[in-house]
Design a protein around this ligand. Structure first.
Ligand code: EPU
Length: 296
């Protein structure tokens, strides 16, 4: 049921029966019964306050690049942050609203001659999701760059947090049940051409060693301590595995491709089981999902 004051708003941010597959990089998933796209951090806080009062469960849809949505969709309210996408620079600090695309933020920083964010070049998704999961790669992660976070608690209360040393861990943050509304990163002024060229080379390196952004969801499994999940899958013969419309990528075995965009969430889950079994048998290592899952 819609909170009462949303029903009155004809120009409000809520829609019903929205297909979610186009909003995920895997292009998989059913519909959302109720879909809300707040247009400002204040509106996000107001929507959360309404949901809190009506006791309705919700989920946040960020860039959809690290997410598997079940084929039957989700009954919880889906909060989409795509309209919160303002980016600004003051001095050496860059502030981005949660829905800003990470690649755009990285480009804005590079063009302003601010160094630090180039380690994130080529990573899909939006900055809110990147911060929530401390996204990164071999050149660094986003956590150490973050000097301030604007969060909204589930009851709609807004708070500003300065993350301490323990706030970010490998692919994890202490954000918990709060929603990121905006992120401020402290960057280092550098020669524009130098930071642009480093950004380009990291993006290019990722382009050559990883599949593109459409039809996959990045790394499916976390790297087990001391191992690379991709190498474990590859060396156990995983690159020959597939299920339905989903195949293990030939480029990087920790990516599962949906090449014809007709694979299903059930296909992905079956392939995950096959790959895990194969890696367990060959290496005695248990692989853990990295991708978030809804409605499964
Ligand atoms: N490898 C193989 N076969 C494969 C894939 C990889 O043998 O099919 C080998 C590579 O040759 C390399 C080693 O495994 O020697 C590690 O591979 P890579 O450098 O690609 O790094 P990774 O550990 O597989 C991590 C992150 C990626 C990030 C890359 C590059 C995780 C789970 N993965 O991958 O992040 O892009 O480093 O910085 O932490 C993601 O989180 O979604 C993601 C893609």
């Amino acid at each position: 049921m819609l909170p009462v004051n949303w029903r009155k708003r004809s120009d409000g941010p809520a829609l019903t029966e929205v297909p979610l597959a186009p909003m995920t990089s895997w292009r998989i998933g059913g519909t959302a019964d109720l879909f809300v796209a707040p247009r400002s951090p204040a509106e996000l806080a107001a929507v959360l306050g309404d949901l809190w009062r009506t006791g309705q469960p919700w989920r946040v849809l960020g860039g959809g690049s690290n997410l598997l949505i079940g084929d039957r969709g989700v009954r919880d309210v889906v909060l989409h942050l795509g309209k919160l996408d303002a980016v600004s620079i003051v001095g050496n600090r860059l502030r981005a609203e949660a829905g800003a695309a990470l690649h755009g933020v990285v480009r804005v920083a590079a063009n302003a001659g601010l160094s630090g964010a180039e380690c994130l070049a080529g990573i899909p998704g939006n900055i809110g999701g990147a911060v929530f999961g401390n996204a990164g790669g071999r050149y660094g992660a986003i956590g150490p760059l973050v000097c301030e976070l604007e969060l909204v608690a589930p009851d709609g209360t807004r708070e500003t947090v300065v993350p301490g040393a323990d706030f970010f861990r490998y692919r994890k943050s202490a954000i918990a049940d709060r929603i990121v509304a905006a992120v401020t990163m402290q960057l280092v002024p550098t020669d524009v051409r130098r930071v642009q060229s480093r950004t380009r080379s990291i993006r290019e390196e990722r382009r050559v060693t990883q599949p593109g952004w459409v039809g996959n969801a990045g790394c499916v499994f976390k790297n087990p301590e001391g191992h690379s999940a991709g190498r474990l899958i590859d060396s156990s013969g995983g690159k020959d595995l597939s299920h339905g419309g989903i195949v293990v990528s030939r480029i990087h075995a920790n990516f599962f491709d949906n090449p014809d965009l007709n694979g299903t969430a059930d296909d992905v889950c079956h392939l995950v089981d096959k790959v895990r079994t194969q890696v367990r048998r060959h290496h005695g290592v248990e692989l853990e999902w990295e991708v978030r899952r809804w409605g499964l």
